[in-house]
Write a protein that binds this ligand. Structure first.
Ligand SMILES: [Fe+2]
Length: 503
């Protein structure tokens, strides 16, 4: 199991460095960062984008890039206190920023997505950053030594729990692609235990449940490898299960996300098909790099629309061109149509293990007739993914989105800076973290009454120092650069999704 290290600011002073810089120099360097790197543009006409700041993945001769560089796992659990801050943390920004990611306990995994979950948290309090901690999520797999091969079929407590963190019903949940959520203690990021009430009958819950801001209800699904291949669930604001209904699907597919409006649920049945042979090979021969899904466009792709809350028997489907969407941005009902914004990929789990880039699409599903009708519109902005919105506008009329900008490399991707898109004006505002610095998901945290008033934050890794910081931007002025940057004494590997848990 992992070692633990406790680092304080005094230790850093003794070691003489934060991020390779003498502590006394941090303010000046950070100040320069605050003044630099802003950029702003509109994306109305451009069709080709290059990123000014990328860190190429390590050259491993085509081997397991996800185990090296800042994709690679960290080996220890660290506690660092009295963190140095450049700029000014907003005093009202009090709570825990916590981000999940894949960090194989044994140091190896067959795919970037298939390592044991590790959460990284920074506690912000009244203008200070009181601590950083990283902790493996103590799942059933962790307890058996880590990795998907540790037990039988994945599901239930056999979860990597490595994708996201969601606060609901007073609990802070660590979520995986499959399996049940694990509750975390926000005081120290320790694992409280499994939350079976979210797992329905197939023992799986998506990492992307949606909270309906009108009711506080949590809408979710869980896909499985045997029938029922899909279940749709609603939990009330306290976490009590209101309903769990099967959704008829012809096969087991990897369904990473979905969308809700005030009136609708939208499911995405895309051709990433469960592959039993690949799953078996992955477990019996981890060096094979086999994965449990296979891109199978011959089975087609569909979008399904049904009433919010169900019944699932009322779902209607429309066929679309095979593609994959890891992440929806938001959806809204406009008269007889559902308008769904997504980050679209041509494929995934195809022979190349990662997609090259995501493009923004606006999909319109006309539900007014006997049959659904589908229209596809490309939104011309730089490739980006890991979208976040102001969750107060989930499923209803909305205006603002923030995404991590993508730079592609052969067989891999890097997230560079932050994009803010104002859907009302079409204005694209961008911030790049500078040469050799890369980010990931930018999480929106409300800081005022209006949609978009608040901050976005992400871990930014500096290749030169191999350390990370938590960067906080004004959500409506991202090109102005950081309002604050919390310097960490360690690196935070690239990962997936975060939450900000308030007290
Ligand atoms: Fe995701």
């Amino acid at each position: 199991m992992g070692d633990e290290e406790h680092i304080t600011r005094r230790d850093l002073l003794r070691r003489g460095a934060i991020g390779g810089l003498a502590l006394g120099a941090v303010g000046a360097v950070g100040g320069a960062l605050l003044a630099a790197c802003g950029s702003s543009s509109t994306g109305a006409t451009a069709t080709t984008w290059t990123s000014p700041s990328t860190t190429a993945p390590p050259d491993t001769g085509g081997a397991r890039w996800w185990l090296e560089g800042n994709y690679g796992p960290v080996k220890v659990e660290t506690t660092a206190t009295e963190l140095a801050v450049t700029g000014s943390l907003p005093p009202g920004l009090t709570g825990l920023y916590v981000r999940n990611g894949s960090n194989p306990l044994q140091g190896v995994s067959p795919h970037w997505f298939l390592g044991d979950g590790m959460v990284h948290g920074v506690r912000l309090e009244a203008g200070t950053a009181s601590w950083y901690r990283n902790r493996w999520v103590r799942t059933g797999l962790y307890d058996h030594g880590g990795g998907l091969g540790a037990t039988g079929a994945p599901g239930g407590t056999a979860t990597l729990s490595n994708v996201s963190v969601v606060g609901h019903g007073g609990a802070t949940l660590s979520l995986g692609e499959v399996g049940i959520p694990y509750a975390l203690d926000t005081a120290d990021l320790s694992t409280v235990g499994p939350m079976a009430a979210y797992g329905g009958t197939n023992g799986n819950m998506t990492a992307h449940p949606k909270t309906d801001p009108a009711t506080g209800n949590l809408h979710s699904f869980g896909y499985g490898f045997s029938e029922p291949f899909l279940e749709y669930r609603v939990h009330d604001a306290s976490g009590a299960l209101l309903s769990n209904q099967p959704v008829a699907l012809p096969r087991s597919v990897m369904m990473h996300d979905f969308a809700i409006t005030e009136h609708d649920v939208v499911f995405m049945d895309f051709p990433v098909v469960f592959d039993l042979a690949g799953a078996t090979r992955m477990v019996t021969d981890p060096s094979s790099e086999a994965v449990p899904y296979r891109w199978t466009p011959s089975v087609g792709a569909r979008l399904g629309v049904m009433p919010l809350g169900g019944p699932t028997s009322a779902i209607r489907w429309v066929e679309i061109e095979p593609c994959y969407v890891y992440h929806t941005i938001n959806a809204v009902r406009q008269g007889g149509s559902v308008v769904l914004d997504v980050c679209r990929l041509d494929s995934t789990f195809a022979p190349a293990t990662l997609p090259s880039a995501s493009t923004r699409h606006r999909w319109r599903l006309d539900t007014s007739g006997t049959h659904l009708r589908f229209a596809d519109e490309v939104v011309d902005v730089p490739p980006a993914d890991l979208p976040t919105i102001d969750a107060r506008s989930r499923g209803t009329t909305w205006r603002h989105a923030w995404l991590g900008e993508l730079a592609s490399h052969p067989g891999a991707v890097s997230f560079t800076g932050c994009q803010h898109i104002d859907m009302a004006t079409g204005r694209l505002d961008r911030w790049q973290p500078g040469a050799g610095r890369t980010s990931g998901e930018w999480l929106f945290v409300p800081g005022g009454p209006g949609e978009g008033e608040g901050w976005v934050m992400a871990f930014v890794h500096d290749a030169a120092t191999d350390r990370s910081s938590l960067v906080v931007l004004d959500a409506l002025q991202v090109s102005a650069g950081p309002v604050a940057e919390v310097h960490l004494p360690v690196r935070v590997p690239y990962g997936f999704h975060a939450a900000f848990v308030t007290d």
